[in-house]
Design a protein around this ligand. Structure first.
Ligand code: HEM
Ligand SMILES: *[C@@H]1O[C@H](CO)[C@@H](O)[C@H](O)[C@H]1NC(C)=O
Length: 349
């Protein structure tokens, strides 16, 4: 009796634990090492030439990966154009007039398809591209886990709710990150991505005119190119890191110590709360920022990947291989006049 019930317990524990433990088990740094040995240099050379021609693209490419992973996992969904059966993520509030760099992903995908057709997912291309962008701009490097597959659909509403707003409070940020398995240390480290890139006036207007935890000289400087009236100058840009907006360094944290965070959400990380000490640490110890950022990027890349027979390897990052309404292969049988039955044909579209 005793042994049979402990057997049962053992078996049910296994049943419960295995699916959880194996959720990301299929992502590995050597996933394509035999199927596409030239993958990494192929991606890197396109990223390098894009950033050489326009340094601000590095920030765009890094952000694409974040916005992909925070919406139904790192599945390439952000790259899908709208179709007649779904409205995708590109026009969601956090993305519209804001995310960019899609053409670079297209260029990378074309280059990768040339060396290994039909093998590498767009979701993995985003992960590699984000890492290369950080490294090329002077930040750390890390080994990217690979083996994600691509979604066949995308969701505007999931993008609207999944990506944190710049008006978020510290507790809202912590809870959104925690829902995705990321700690508050990961939140602070990943926010260090705001050491590169730019933001639009409409996303920081209320902070520079109305908040008190902001350096007054900094606020005045930002006000000079961001009018107080909503609707005027909404798309005027300001650097997220006022010191070096195309260098991946730890200046973001130094800015926060001086109340020079651009977004409300940035300054929340150093505003007398639980994350102050982490910000302080990264501001004085760039190598701890580098190693925590790398580890946090790997954890972010582990969010709900599609693996095994889920999803697909898209041929074109902007479209599913078959439109969703036609997702099921259409099989039909052909009978000739005397009723003899031929093998099924797949309808060609
Ligand atoms: C913690 C919550 C976060 C919030 C509330 C937030 C919000 C924002 C906003 C509002 C912008 C400016 C968009 C615009 O004006 O069009 C921005 C830009 C950016 N964000 Fe975040 N972000 C967060 C976390 C992250 C993370 C985790 C990463 C990457 C690891 C990231 C990378 C970037 C980059 C690189 C830019 C500049 C984009 C460019 O210049 O094209 N952000 N973010
Ligand atoms: C600042 O706050 C006041 C009072 O709440 C509000 O009327 C005004 O629109 C705000 N200004 C900006 C630029 O957000």
């Amino acid at each position: 009796m005793a042994s049979s019930s402990s057997m049962t317990l053992g078996v049910s524990t296994l049943l419960v634990l295995l699916p959880l433990g194996s959720a990301n088990a299929q992502l590995s740094t050597n996933f394509y090492s035999s199927s596409c040995p030239k993958l990494l240099p192929t991606v890197k050379s396109v990223v390098q030439s894009a950033i050489s021609s326009e340094a601000s693209l590095g920030a765009s490419l890094l952000r694409l990966f974040f916005h992909d992973c925070f919406v139904n996992g790192c599945d390439g969904s952000i790259l899908l154009d709208d179709t007649s059966s779904f409205t995708g993520e590109k026009t969601a509030l956090p993305n519209r007039n804001s995310v960019s760099g899609f053409y670079v992903i297209d260029d990378i995908k074309s280059a990768v398809e040339k060396v290994c057709p039909g093998v590498v997912s767009c979701a993995d291309i985003l992960a590699i591209t984000a890492r290369d962008s950080v490294t090329i701009l002077g930040g750390p490097t890390w080994n990217v886990k690979l083996g994600r597959r691509d979604s066949k659909t995308a969701s505007l509403s999931a993008a609207n709710t999944g990506i944190p707003a710049p008006t978020s409070s510290l507790s809202q940020l912590i809870s959104r990150f925690s829902a995705l398995g990321l700690s508050s240390k990961d939140l602070v480290a990943l926010s260090g991505a705001h050491t590169i890139g730019q933001g639009r006036c409409s996303t920081f207007r209320s902070r520079i005119y109305n908040e008190t935890n902001i350096d007054s000289t900094f606020a005045k400087t930002r006000q000079s190119s961001c009018p107080a009236t909503s609707g005027s100058g909404d798309d005027n840009l300001a650097p997220l890191d006022l010191l070096t907006s195309t260098a991946f360094d730890n200046n973001y944290f130094k800015n926060l110590l001086q109340n020079k965070g651009l977004f409300h959400s940035d300054q929340q990380l150093f505003n007398g709360g639980s994350t102050d000490s982490t910000v302080l640490g990264y501001s004085t110890n760039p190598s701890s920022f580098s190693s925590d950022f790398s580890a946090a990027m790997i954890r972010m890349g582990d969010i709900s990947p599609l693996t095994a027979s889920n999803g697909e390897i898209r041929k074109n990052c902007r479209t599913s291989n078959l439109p969703p309404s036609e997702d099921q292969p259409l099989l039909f049988c052909v009978f000739d006049q005397d009723g003899r039955h031929h093998s099924p044909h797949r309808l060609q579209r």
